[in-house]
Structures are given as C-alpha cells and as structure tokens.
Design a protein around this ligand. Structure first.
Ligand code: ADP
Ligand code: ASP
Ligand code: MG
Length: 473
C-alpha cells in the first residue's frame, strides 16, 4: 500500500501569514515524498483562549467584549486570506464560511448569557469553532498554492463519549468512519485538512479532547488509517532538555524513548499532549516532532528504547499550580482502606492525582492536586473521614499553598549510582527546599515537589546538572 503520513500543525504553525507560508511549503514537500498526506490542524494561536474567554464572560452576563472578540477573529483569519489567497471566489467563499462560524459564536454566547451558565457541552461547541475556522483557512491557502486540498471536520469521524472537554474516542467506530471519510479524498490524490481537538458523540454532539488535544487527534487519525508516520509540527526544534521559555540554553534531543516522552508530557512538557503516545505505540507508527519555522532541522524522533549511549538524565519539566493535600493521624496506622477511600473521594470530584507519596510510618498520605480543586477536595475528604476525625484517628486534612511538581526524566537514571543523589544535592546547593518526592513507576523519572516560588530556580538548577552529567563533569 502507498505510504501515509499524518502531519499536525499547532496553533503558532498556522497563526500568522509567515507560518502559513511555511506550513504550505512543508505540505508541498511532504506531498513529493509521500503518496498519501493527511493534515491535522489546531486553531490559529490565541483563538481557543479567546473563544473560551468569551463564553466564560457570557456566563457572567458580560457581553460587552463580544464585539471585540468577533472583530479580532475576523481580522486574524481575513488578514491571512487577503495576504495569501489571490483567487477571489475562493477567498470570498472562505470568508463567508468563517464569518458564519463567528456568528455562531455570537449566538452561542448570547444563549449562554441568557441561561447564565456555560455547561461543558456549550463550552465544547464554542471551543471547536477555532479549528473549524482554521481548516477552512489552511485548505484555501494550500489550494491557492497549487496543492489540491479538501477541508473536513473531524466531528464526522472521531466518535467519542460524552465526557465534554476531555472526551475519549471509541477507536472501533472511529477507525471505520475515519477510513470512510478520508480514504476517498486520499485516493483522489487530494490532501485532507482536518480539525484537531474535535470529536462528536454518537449522536453528533460536538466534543473536544482536552486542551492541547490536536496532537492526540493526529495520533487517532494515524492509528485509524493507519499511517506509517505522524509528524507534529510546532514552534521549537523538537523535544528539548527543558522548556526553552524557562531556560534559553535548552537543547533539542534528537531521540527520546516513548517511555521518557510519556513522563515528560504527563509532567507538564507542553510540546506533546500525553495522550498522543499510546495510539502511535500500539499501531507501531513512527513519531517525529519538528519545527515549522526551521523545517530543515531533523527535530526529535521517538524510539522504543532511547539511545543506549545517550544522556543519563534527558530532560526536566515542571507542572505549576498544584497543591499538596495531606491526611494525617496516628489512628491511620494499619487501618486498611484509608487510601482507597481517600482516592475514591478525590475521584468523585472528577479530579485526577498526578503524584502520590506515603510516609512509611503510615501516619500520613500525601498527594498533589490542581490548586484550584483544593476547595472542593479538602471538604470532600473531611466528609469521607468525618467519623475518623471525630474519633481522633485522623488529626487533620489540609492542603499546602501553591507548589510545583518538577520531574527529571531519563531511562537508566535510576540504575546509575549517584544520579538521584546529585539531583538532590544540586537542589540543595541552589537553596531549593524539596517538599515531597515520588519515583515514577516506569523507573524513568523522579518527581519532586517544590514551593511555587522555587519553580524556575529548580528547573534551571537541574538543567545545569543535565549539561554537567553529559559533559562527564
Ligand atoms: P503547538 O501549538 O504547536 O501545539 P504548544 O505551545 O502546545 O505548541 O507546545 C510547544 C511549546 O512547548 C514550546 O513552545 C515550548 O515553550 C513548550 N515546551 C515545554 N517543555 C518543552 C520541552 N521539553 N521541549 C520543547 N518544548 C517544550
Ligand atoms: N486549539 C486547542 C487548544 O488550544 C487544541 C490544540 O491546539 O491542540 O487547546
Ligand atoms: Mg500543543
């Protein structure tokens, strides 16, 4: 069968005239080497945030800035069309379609304002508009450049459950539908340009896959077709030793293993959505992350094992805006089921826990939660353990002020004597106090909790260590 490539462009990669020119060139080059090319795109940068902000203001009855949002959206998309699409019919038709999506934002926000509430379902209808606009824009620009392209909306083939704002696909139905929609386009030698981020329930109600979910969309489409490769085009030269926004000396990792990227993505490296990895691993698809603004750079290749003679510590990452919750009391000693009940109570609030540590004395359980959920979770735990609190078996349930989880990733790190020690002394030398520690169960990472104010310091200090360990100093 002819080889298939899925390429995903992120928000910045379609966010300006220059970016769109570069993306078009990348599509043209890919078309030269690959018989079948599918493009998945995000909304133009800033658009999803603007849409969601408009909806949340509407829910508070604030509609004054809606007109401004409307004109920003029009300006962003129309300016790109004016600059890049000379064919008047194509340009005007695309503007009309985008304009009608902008008008549906206005309708949705008015409805939200009347009800006084933005339900997750309504928020997905609003958030999906960004990708629905960008596919039309990118398809017009691509066609104008002489590459035959056809936009599609993934709501017609990515079938998900009704977990709005974080929906999960049904891979069986999605596979059938994806092939039915995309194969005829591909067979005709045309490039399908489809929306990232979006799915729909079996009844056709629009859902989204969670913020940053377009990467996941590319993996879903890649697995369904199946594709030979999925390439994620973003605004940096691949996966780096840390977020280049924190440390400008961050370096690109030419290779990283699936296990390592999974930990990095889960613990905050925004460069890849954590859910992207599983479908591509399961389907044996090659994954590459590369830079739209520097396309000749090889970027990062995902491998099954990571390079044998590569770095011991590969990267450091941070998740901000967390709190540690502690349940403590001498009466917990040896009482079965305390942890199960505690996590049951947290789960009932719909929150997932990124990190757990338990003191071996069994006198406390400590875990991290997103900071904004603390006001929900602490009372839920107090209710669950009301009896134990009354009987003084549990002394208290409390949450810290804001903290960050810093994660150091590298396969082999935990088998290399002294590295974990170096991590802690490096933090100590930089006056960073470690509040809690957890070792990733996959043995490729160590996570440390630090005060929010120490975040940058900790990342910088550990990044210095990566460079030093590599240099063998
Ligand atoms: P896109 O819109 O292309 O999906 P994102 O903003 O979601 O782009 O992700 C890319 C950003 O991820 C980069 O600009 C960078 O600031 C950030 N990032 C965080 N950690 C890393 C890392 N370890 N390597 C590369 N980029 C990282
Ligand atoms: N546009 C969506 C977001 O901003 C999805 C994505 O960009 O991956 O979250
Ligand atoms: Mg992203």
């Amino acid at each position: 069968m002819d080889k298939t490539l899925v390429m995903k462009f992120g928000g910045t990669s379609v966010g300006s005239v220059d970016a769109l020119v570069s993306a078009t060139r990348i599509i043209r080059d890919a078309k030269r080497d690959w018989a079948r090319v599918v493009v998945v795109t995000s909304a133009m940068s800033g658009v999803t945030d603007l849409l969601l902000q408009s909806a949340s203001l509407a829910a508070q009855g604030k509609l004054d800035s809606l007109a401004e949002a409307e004109s920003t959206l029009r300006q962003k998309h129309f300016a790109a069309l004016d600059a890049l699409v000379k064919d008047e019919t194509l340009r005007e038709q695309t503007k009309t379609e985008i304009n009608s999506l902008i008008l549906s934002l206005v309708d949705l926000c008015n409805a939200i304002a009347v009800i006084g509430e933005a339900t997750p379902r309504a928020l997905d209808a609003v958030a999906s508009l960004g990708e629905r606009m960008s596919v039309r824009l990118l398809a017009a620009v691509t066609n104008e450049a002489g590459i035959k392209a056809q936009w599609t909306e993934s709501a017609s083939f990515v079938v998900t459950n009704a977990h709005f704002q974080n929906a999960n696909p049904d891979f069986k139905v999605t596979t059938e539908k994806t092939r039915a929609v995309l194969n005829p386009i591909l067979d005709a030698g045309v490039v399908p340009i489809t929306t990232g981020f979006i799915g729909a329930t079996p009844d056709g109600v629009i859902t989204t896959l969670g913020r940053g979910g377009s990467d996941y969309s590319a993996a879903i489409v890649g697995k369904a077709l199946p594709a030979n490769e999925v390439w994620i085009w973003t605004d940096v030269d691949g996966v780096m030793t840390t977020d280049p926004r924190i440390v400008k000396e961050a370096q690109t990792l030419p290779e990283i293993s699936y296990g390592e990227i999974a930990e990095l993505a889960y613990y905050g490296a925004k460069v890849l959505h954590p859910k992207t990895i599983r479908p591509v691993v399961e389907a044996g698809i090659g994954l590459r992350i590369c830079n739209t603004f520097n396309p000749s750079h090889a970027g990062t290749r995902l491998t099954s094992n990571g390079k044998k003679n590569g770095r011991v510590i590969k990267a450091v990452t941070a998740i901000r805006k967390q709190r540690l919750v502690t349940i403590e009391g001498r009466g917990m000693l040896g009482v079965p089921g305390v942890a199960a009940r505690a996590f049951g109570a947290v789960a009932s609030t719909g929150t997932s826990v990124p990190l757990i540590t338990q003191a071996s004395s069994e006198q406390s359980i400590c875990f991290a939660i997103p900071a904004e959920t603390a006001s929900l979770i602490v009372p839920a735990l107090e209710e669950t353990f009301a009896r134990e609190i009354e009987d003084n078996d549990i002394d208290r349930v409390w949450s810290t002020k804001e903290v960050s989880i810093i994660t150091v990733v590298g396969a082999g790190m935990l088998h290399t004597p002294g590295v974990a020690g170096q991590v802690f002394s490096q933090l100590g030398n930089h006056n960073v106090n470690v509040l809690a520690i957890a070792q990733g169960s996959s043995e490729v990472s160590i996570s440390l909790v630090v005060d929010a104010s120490d975040t940058e310091n900790a990342v910088k200090a550990l990044h210095e260590l990566i460079v030093r360990v590599e240099a063998g100093r």
